[in-house]
Design a protein around this ligand. Sequence first.
Ligand code: IPM
Ligand code: MG
Length: 373
Amino acid sequence: MAKHKIAWLPGDGIGKDVLNAARVSLDALGLDAEYIHGDVGWEFWRKEGNPLPDRTIELLKRTDCCLFGAITSKPRDEAAMELAPELRDKGFVYFSPIVKLRQLFNLHTNMRPCRAFAGNPLNFRDDVDIVVFRENTEGLYSGVEFHPVPKDVMDAFVKHEPKSKRFASVPSDDLAVTVRLYTRKACRSIVTQSFEYAKKHNLKSVTVVEKPNVLRETGGLLVGEARKIAANYPGIELWETNIDAMCMWLVKNPQIYSVLCAGNMFGDIISDLAAQLVGGLGFASSANIGDDYALFEPTHGSAPKYVGMNKVNPMAALMSAKLMLEYLGEDTMAKTLEAAVARVIADGKVRTYDMGGSDKTTDVADEVARFCR
Ligand code: IPM
Ligand code: MG
């Protein structure tokens, strides 16, 4: 029996290309694993009305962790139009499989390292080394949304919050509501993870990114918990920054930040910004970690225009595989893989189009794997 059981979910578009690239390195490293393929994504939405079939959820439950490729996400009505004709108007509603997986497996912590590799011509600056800790299961992603807004929901708003009165006369179909839900538990958890990471890596600050001057209740809860937790880490400063200002500071002075801690939506936004500082989404890896399961995925999407072209940069997926190796306790392999990625970037001999080269995804995969053997 193999030492590790890994659910293998390439998903849509270029997901297959980048996971194949990761597999070449994992094999070169000699990881003792069984890889079990799972169905997920657009194809299964169209054919079955479910982008995340139950059999895939069951498969994940039987594995140690999951490596995930990419997913195509579309708004509800656009998705409905692409359903197989026999499935239309049967009540199937599209949902994002990755968001569902994060919630289903309580993968509360999304860790997204954005480190500038030496010699990457796409670096915004060479001294950026940021890790985003994004709360991953609640906030604006909780899925509590209304359109139209039911009358009793509106009545309750008006009863408990006078500010909602100015919306009470809007016809229910002309009003949409998305609820931002924060629990104290999740706030404490994401802040604690951020500080523990800073402590482990000897970093001097954790920056909480919120907007508590406007989003007083949710933002206030997260910042309030951050202040309490920070008190337990005397050597680490807590910096508090509003999301809008953070976007500016990340362009102006990205090198002064190390750990960024945010709720779900703001974490989503700053992790794209931070990724671009170090070469773009082609370099951005992520770990979705829960108490007893974890899923690793490049932050990028399915890039439909590059499907089947063997063209995209696999570095993000390779670095996600590196995070997976760390989770599996294969620290030596993780270090070797990261060093191989760093070496290939620094050498500059094999590069995909985004880095100014003309090499293929598989060329980069082979080159990285060469330094993994
Ligand atoms: C990400 C992505 C997802 C998200 C999408 C694909 C639902 O943008 O992982 O950052 O919003 O979380
Ligand atoms: Mg995103």
